[in-house]
Design a protein around this ligand. Structure first.
Ligand SMILES: O=P(O)(O)OC[C@H]1O[C@H](O[C@H]2O[C@H](CO)[C@@H](O)[C@H](O)[C@H]2O)[C@H](O)[C@@H](O)[C@@H]1O
Length: 378
């Protein structure tokens, strides 16, 4: 259930408090909150196989120690560098090589990628944390290097470029400071287009494109407040308000305290049945239970750019996180463009290529800029 390499991203529903493996969805859980046993899936409601439902039934009924352990296992698995999450067989060079063969380096395959784009309009989608900036302990210090900023600025001159992130746009903009980009903050629930004016230091007014979770604003404020209060006794925890979602970081929480943290988070979420919980890199993400994610944001942006029904577009999405898988999957489904996973470790992914870290991301973006600048102007 929790092996990092074989499972798709997991979602924990706040309303039902069950683990849901998105790979095994088959039948639909009746919505306990409205006593409906209808088989119709309301927007945002998740489905789960009967087998998994039975397996997780004790969570619905209050949860046992065993289930709390499942949460903790999943927290361990959220970091591929965590030794306990690495099945021993994966450590073999053979397995590693075979993963790399399936997800070759986007740098090494650069020429083939350009060939595949076949003269179509390349549109760039970039995740922020772990993609444009290195992962650090303090989320408030996840600075982007000036070299990376200059590279992204040049990239945006060559191709429409968007940053798609779990962070809220204001916090993200403080790091990126590029008014010429599209931004999809709060996991794509806050989308804005490039500003007309430019300012390096101040966020100038940008055109608002889309906010599908507007109704949830007061609820996110409230859940953020309650999470802060509830978790304050746990050393190292960090709770962030990202406007349309909230994050509870456990990167700096002693592993011995993880089950305590799970209980704290769960006790708050029980009161918010229309919020769901997903997991990123050593972080719980609390999000509205609506059918919207980074993949939907990508699709929305392509449509806004005029490529809704066009086959003359080649979107490239670069990201490192479980939440980026929604965008990778969307691209696979559309059959155009592809995803690039930023990871040094094998992961189950819908991305086609890989890059090891943000410095390789920068090299790849630079090569794209150089290639574009060498093309004859149309
Ligand atoms: O979609 P992203 O741009 O990748 O944002 C996802 C989360 O990123 C941040 O957390 C991650 O980066 C932190 C700084 O390096 C790190 O300390 C943390 O462990 C990572 O999970 C951000 O703080 C979260 O709120 C975002 O949801």
């Amino acid at each position: 259930m929790v092996s990092f390499f074989v499972e798709k991203p997991q979602t924990m529903s706040a309303s039902q408090n069950v683990f849901v493996s998105e790979t095994t969805m088959s039948s639909i859980i009746p919505n306990n909150n409205n006593n409906s046993s209808s088989q119709k899936l309301p927007p945002g409601l998740i489905s789960i196989s009967k087998k998994n439902l039975l397996k997780n039934i004790d969570i619905i009924n209050g949860g046992s120690g065993q289930r709390i352990n499942a949460w903790v296992d999943s927290m361990r698995a959220s970091s591929p560098t965590h030794l306990k999450s690495l099945p021993s067989s994966i450590s073999s060079q053979h397995q590693l090589n075979s993963w790399i063969m399936q997800h070759p380096s986007a740098l090494e395959m650069f020429d083939r990628i350009i060939e595949a784009s076949g003269g179509k309009q390349i549109v760039m989608f970039l995740d922020y944390d772990g993609t444009l900036s290195p992962i650090v302990d303090d989320p408030d210090k996840a600075f982007m290097s000036s070299k990376m900023r200059r590279t992204v600025k040049k990239l945006a001159k060559c191709f429409p470029t968007a940053i798609v992130t779990g962070r809220c746009i204001d916090k993200l903009y403080n790091f990126v400071k590029l008014a010429e980009l599209y931004y999809a903050g709060s996991h794509g629930m806050d989308i804005i287009g490039p500003a007309k004016g430019f300012s390096r230091h101040k966020r100038v007014k940008q055109s608002l494109l889309y906010q599908p979770a507007n109704d949830y604003l007061p609820m996110i404020d409230e859940v953020h407040k309650q999470l802060l209060e509830k978790t304050k006794s746990t050393p190292g925890v960090k709770v962030e308000n990202h406007k349309f979602c909230a994050s509870v970081h456990f990167r700096c929480v002693d592993e011995k305290k993880w089950s305590e943290l799970v209980l704290q988070v769960r006790s708050v979420l029980k009161k918010f049945p229309t919020l769901k919980l997903t997991q990123g890199r050593k972080v719980f993400e609390i999000r509205p239970m609506i059918e919207w994610d980074k993949g939907k944001a990508l699709e929305f942006l392509l449509e806004s750019l005029g490529f809704g029904n066009s086959n003359n577009v080649f979107p490239v999405y670069i990201g490192d996180d479980r939440t980026d898988e929604d965008a990778f999957k969307m691209l696979r489904g559309r059959g155009e463009g592809f995803g690039i996973l930023v990871s040094k470790f094998p992961k189950d992914t819908d991305a086609s290529y890989s890059l090891q870290d943000p410095s390789e991301v920068m090299d790849f973006l630079r090569r794209l800029v150089e290639w574009k600048q060498m093309q004859p102007r149309m």
